[in-house]
Design a protein. Structure first.
Length: 373
């Protein structure tokens, strides 16, 4: 079993087979406390992160738990206002990784994404990155998630993280493997579904987030989990599960053409304003985003009008949220995406890379103004 450590308290196990997982469970001491002994807590990595652990279902089934998610019988989340301890079946259904040993001697691993189309399930992504068996890889493509089998590995050095790891980091990334779509789940435990159904009926809430939550939840298994079977030393095949990748949304060109002049004027104005704005100051950006969110809550609370705020900004050069809208766009340049560094909009402009700026602007405008069919 390969174990790779960084200077951070994170462990990369990448177990090769069921026997490795079973050995890891048997060789990991239980947390030495009453709580740890009663709940048989065996951390998979740093012992301070005891919520990340191996959970024994039975002699032929083990789950890798990311903690504080649906189905966790120890570190379980809020369940509709009451703490309802999940069943064994629920643990198997929602755990990020479930290893099984079958009667024919083969091993399978079931891989599950988080429940809910909105937000990020970062703890699950991290668990899959560090504990998937190789050559299975967790891949993020612009918010769509995949499990990749095999592929040539390219070594990439990330000097940016030398202050964390002590030297340049050599990270291996898979290329050109076979991808299987790992959808975010719509399945939630029955108590969660019941809670939101009751809440919605009681309040007749017009809150956008409540209505969206009401729309996607189901207590039935959506079949989104992927199961892979091991057929040899580091050889895996897709066994079952998964749903089709939804088609990419298409741009409503007729609708967008009505705003073409307004978009060009807004873009030119924003590029002119960018050098004058303190975009490097986090408090400034945060303040503008808060101002924009408050304005949207007051004027665009109806979900049918939700996408209209940006269209109104485009049409009105004197709109009070014009600066905040441009700040909203520039935020797509901020931060990091995994291991990849992103340049800010000012850095792109200084380098004369306006093609990239315009491309990001088009992507942002299509999504934020809902110019999609």
């Amino acid at each position: 079993m390969r174990i790779w450590r960084t200077k951070m308290p994170l462990l990369f196990t990448n177990h090769r087979c069921f026997a490795d997982v079973e050995a890891a469970y048997n060789n990991t001491p239980v947390i030495r406390s009453k709580f740890g002994k009663v709940n048989d807590i065996r951390p998979i990595g740093d012992r301070r992160r005891k919520h990340e652990r191996i959970q024994k279902i039975n002699g032929n089934c083990y789950a890798i738990m990311h903690g504080y998610g649906y189905g966790d019988p120890v570190f379980y989340p809020w369940y509709g206002g009451a703490r309802v301890k999940p069943s064994v079946n629920s643990t198997e259904q929602y755990a990020a990784l479930v290893w099984r040993r079958h009667r024919d001697g083969t091993d399978t691993v079931k891989i599950t994404n988080g429940s809910g189309p909105h937000g990020h399930h970062n703890s699950i992504y991290d668990t899959l990155n560090r504990h998937l068996p190789r050559p299975l890889w967790f891949i993020n493509k612009n918010g769509k998630h995949f499990i990749r089998i095999g592929g040539a590995r390219e070594q990439t050095v990330f000097s940016k993280y030398s202050h964390v790891f002590g030297s340049n980091v050599a990270h291996y990334l898979p290329r050109h493997g076979e991808d299987y779509y790992l959808a975010k789940r719509t399945t939630v435990p029955a108590p969660v579904k019941k809670h939101w159904d009751t809440y919605y009926k009681r309040t007749q809430s017009q809150n956008v987030h409540v209505q969206e939550r009401q729309g996607w939840m189901t207590a039935k298994d959506d079949g989104a989990s992927l199961v892979f079977r091991r057929i040899g030393e580091e050889q895996w095949v897709h066994d079952s599960g998964g749903i089709p990748l939804p088609p990419a949304p298409k741009v409503n060109k007729e609708l967008k053409d009505r705003y073409k002049t307004h978009m060009n004027e807004f873009y030119d104005w924003g590029v002119t304003m960018t050098p004058l704005l303190p975009l490097e100051t986090g408090t400034y950006n945060y303040g503008e985003m808060n101002k924009l969110e408050k304005y949207k809550r007051e004027h665009y609370s109806n979900p049918k009008r939700r996408a209209l705020w940006l269209r109104d900004v485009l049409k009105n050069p004197e709109h009070p949220m014009r600066v905040a809208a441009w700040i909203h766009f520039t935020q797509s340049f901020q931060g990091n995406s995994g291991w990849y560094e992103r340049a800010t909009i000012k850095e792109h402009m200084q380098e004369g890379n306006m093609v990239e700026v315009r491309s990001k602007f088009n992507t942002w405008i299509n999504k934020t103004a809902n110019f999609k069919k």
